[in-house]
Design a protein around this ligand. Structure first.
Ligand code: ANZ
Ligand code: ZN
Length: 814
């Protein structure tokens, strides 16, 4: 029976009945935890991206399984989140109903893919048996001071009248209505990821991740070495610190700038400047951080009327506020050095502030200002002539001695804001009591259940706030009436620890058993989109470290090895999207060709980590490739009874060479997620088998059979149903996936003979075959004696013969 979707079903049924892909919890010494980023149950159908990510990672997992690993390969759903809630607002269908329905459909489709997922370990983050433990995680962080509440500006859409998550702000505008997003101050929960900034940087060296992703995390964490320097405000007791990476430019400070939000601005603003300062502060609120940092935006600011005292020279410098200084970075205050900083220069020009050069280039040339490089100090008193890097240290030392400054390391990373004024998420397990204030819900009272009947209209308030049933509770400490926190947790909290729950997903007493997951984790291979570099992948690393420090785990990093699959684009190279109507449906291909042909084509048609524009040109070739394998299996069946050679001759050696080359190459390539070249090796082997079948009259049938079996194994990760069917047709025992992966034989890769090109006076005239270990004189003799070469030498005198070992023989004749 030729391969088709019926074969898929036949084997899916058998695999399910025999439980072949069930994880064996006994053999943890050979464990291999293979994980794909779980999917968001948004649409009802799997798209090409899912197939590409899950189908081909499954191919990798299948090979590992056959190589003897005890592969743990679970699947689940990242089921809370905004799209379901937005969909509910639009259609009136409750997020829980749409989500659970979508999950059911997707489970069915994932099963049709024929992957090795062990569904016994499935998780769905929106179910109380999961989010109970997400809330538990919150409580652990809270108890250890890693979760705290503070007032902070959040993204606010004035039209939708709601708070937006960072991901919902697209180019400074609301994702839904395109209105410009502003800031609003709200009391929010944060996770102290900054406590791990240095370790998050340092441990990047210990993991096998794409360099680009490490770089993104490094930049996101943004370590900066500098100094904090004190400035005192004239005629007051107020003192503030600036953060600078260029203490060497201290003598060039001609003014200082505070972020408009800095609380001391109010205390130092002189009455006659109050109105302008107030107005400027309000204008600043309307801007996003990205706009404020834009280098093309014209610099603006206002004078506060106050002066600060330079910590070394004692000079008075004016104190300004300007939006190019961010409240959330460093100290929210900068010392401005217009001669050596681009932004300060622009600002000083605009507001006529003095510009004083203090750095010259090392070769003494008089460069234009602003001069932003390092150099040698000038106009800097005793530091004149000292190079920047030396001066930086020396100036900090001097300040330190006077108690006016010190070394300081800053990180760009901010604490993770986890409160969401949204319904479809895990409720934050905290109540507010009139007497006791903020009180954590005791662990034994978890989960704080998300109520079903809630109005979730976007009107600026958390939908849960309107649910009396949810909000009104009693204080766990004193028993008085209390209110619950109406916010839910960012869905990235759910996914920050899910890899820890899979191996112990049915545990009702704990989120996971420490001893057990210390055996199963870290994840050995993690595969998912590169867009998560600075969010999910950073959060999961942080949570792993925090739980380690709290004694729940004994490893530092959650994902030892990471692969990002590329993106499959529409045929015109644009992003596939439902709204553009340019998506391609895997279902049509699966129905027409069978799921294996579709999967194998995805592996063959793209470089896995690059992806690229969709084209189905090659899919027929893949279908033909499968048919050719079927024909080989049939041909073998016909010949099995015929006379066979048992010795190994030249043709057998040739076949064996291609066979072991294919085993070696396909194994290495599959291991490195280079599926396209792995499949090409199998194609080369098919060609060699066809040649052998057609040209060799008396075959070594055993060799023919063994080679076909190896071929079937090599393609099995990409075409599991098809290969299982071929295996059965070969008369072998179920299941192919319990067989050992083929190993290559080094001896078969050594050729007995080699081919050399023969040139006469520099032109190639023929080829000779000689023993691989033949020396130069043997090669020369063979070339001169060759019947095809002789006519070119006729009547000529041989002047010289040059042999390039292993490559060619050049005969010079006149
Ligand atoms: C004086 C100076 C002179 C600076 C000079 C630069 C060049 P990184 O490397 O990113 O840490 N800065 C400090 N806090 C800031 C804030 N809250 N908002 C905007 N800018 C801020 O950058 C550190 C430099 O960025 C600091 O060094 C400070 O300007 C500025 F020739 O101080 B510098
Ligand atoms: Zn109380």
């Amino acid at each position: 029976m030729p391969y088709s979707a019926d074969i898929d079903r036949k084997w899916q049924k058998k695999w399910e009945e025999t439980g072949i892909y069930r994880f064996n919890p006994e053999e943890t010494d050979k464990k291999l935890y293979c994980l794909e980023m779980f999917s968001y149950p948004s649409g009802a159908n799997l798209h090409v991206g899912h197939w590409y990510n899950y189908g081909l990672t499954d191919s990798w997992a299948r090979m590992k399984r056959m190589q003897g690993y005890n592969v743990f390969h679970p699947m689940g759903f990242d089921a809370f989140g905004l799209p379901a809630e937005n969909y509910a607002i639009k259609t009136g269908i409750h997020p829980q109903d749409s989500t659970l329905k979508n999950i059911e459909t997707m489970e069915g489709q994932l099963k049709e893919m024929g992957a090795t997922f062990d569904w016994d370990y499935e998780i769905k983050t929106c179910m109380p048996d999961y989010y109970k433990w997400t809330q538990w995680l919150f409580l652990q962080l809270y108890k250890s001071g890693l979760a705290y509440r503070k007032n902070a500006p959040v993204n606010w859409c004035p039209k939708c009248n709601t708070v937006l998550a960072n991901e919902q702000v697209v180019d400074g505008c609301c994702e839904r209505c395109d209105t410009e997003v502003t800031k609003r101050d709200l009391t929010q929960w944060f996770f102290k990821i900054t406590a791990y900034a240095q370790e998050l940087l340092d441990k990047l060296d210990t993991i096998d991740w794409p360099e680009k992703t490490k770089k993104i995390q490094t930049n996101w964490i943004g370590r900066s070495e500098g100094a904090e320097i004190s400035f005192k405000v004239v005629d007051t007791d107020i003192e503030f610190q600036v953060f600078t990476t260029r203490a060497d430019t201290l003598y060039g400070v001609t003014y200082v700038v505070l972020a408009p939000e800095n609380p001391i601005v109010e205390n130092i603003t002189r009455p006659e400047y109050a109105e302008a300062v107030e107005k400027y502060k309000n204008d600043t609120k309307k801007q996003t951080e990205i706009e404020r940092l834009s280098t093309t935006k014209e610099k603006t600011g206002v004078f506060t009327g106050s002066y600060a005292i330079h910590p070394i020279t004692g000079e008075k410098v004016p104190v300004w506020i300007a939006d190019y200084v961010l409240a959330s970075y460093g100290t929210g205050c900068v010392m401005a050095v217009p001669s050596h900083d681009e932004r300060d220069f622009e600002f000083a020009k605009k507001y006529n502030l003095p510009i004083k050069r203090v750095i010259k280039s090392a070769d003494g040339s008089n460069d234009e200002l602003p001069y932003c490089e390092y150099g040698v100090l000038v106009n800097s008193s005793e530091f004149d002539g000292v190079p920047s890097t030396e001066a930086r240290t020396a100036i900090i030392k001097k300040l330190e001695a006077d108690g006016k400054g010190s070394l300081k390391i800053n990180y760009r990373l901010r604490d993770w804001l986890v409160s969401r004024q949204r319904y479809w998420g895990a409720p934050i397990p905290v109540v507010y009591c009139e007497h006791c204030g903020e009180v954590a819900v005791p662990e034994e009272n978890l989960p704080v259940t998300l109520p079903y009947n809630v109005e979730f209209k976007p009107d600026g308030e958390s939908p849960l706030k309107k649910s009396e049933e949810f909000m009104n509770t009693v204080c766990p400490k004193c028993g008085a009436t209390a209110k619950r926190d109406p916010d839910t947790l960012d869905t990235f909290v759910c996914s920050s620890w899910y890899h820890l729950r899979y191996p112990d997903n049915r545990n009702n007493d704990k989120p996971f058993d420490t001893e057990w997951i210390n055996k199963l984790l870290p994840v050995d291979k993690y595969v998912g989109g590169a867009e998560h570099a600075a969010m999910h992948l950073l959060y999961a690393r942080f949570i792993t470290k925090a739980l380690r420090d709290l004694g729940f785990l004994n490893f530092d990093e959650p994902f030892l090895s990471l692969v990002h699959q590329g993106t499959i684009l529409a045929p015109d190279g644009s992003k596939m999207s439902k709204s553009r109507g340019n998506t391609i449906s895997p279902d049509d291909y699966v129905r027409k060709y069978g799921s294996d042909i579709f999967r194998m084509y995805l592996g063959f048609g793209f470089n896995y980590v690059d992806g690229g524009p969709w084209s189905d040109d090659g899919i027929k070739a893949i279908s033909r490739f499968a048919s050719r394998i079927e024909r080989l299996v049939e041909s073998l069946a016909e010949q099995k009874s015929k006379a066979s050679r048992t010795d190994i001759d030249k043709d057998d050696k040739e076949l064996n060479f291609v066979r072991h080359t294919a085993i070696k190459g396909a194994t290495q390539d599959t291991d490195r997620f280079q599926f396209n070249t792995a499949i090409s090796r199998c194609m080369e082997l098919v060609n060699a088998l066809f040649k052998y079948d057609a040209e060799v009259k008396t075959k070594n049938i055993q060799l023919f059979e063994d080679t076909i079996k190896d071929l079937v194994k090599l393609v099995s990760p990409f075409a599991p149903h098809f290969a299982e069917e071929m295996w059965e047709q070969l008369g072998c025992e179920y299941s192919l996936f319990n067989q050992k992966w083929p190993e290559f034989d080094e001896n078969a890769l050594v050729k007995d003979t080699i081919e050399l090109a023969v040139q006469v006076n520099g032109t190639v005239r023929g080829k000779i075959e000689i023993a691989a270990d033949a020396d130069n004189s043997a090669a020369e003799a063979a070339a001169l004696a060759d019947e095809k070469i002789k006519p070119f030498l006729d009547g000529k005198e041989i002047k010289k013969v040059i042999v390039v070992k292993g490559r060619l023989v050049n005969i010079v004749a006149k």
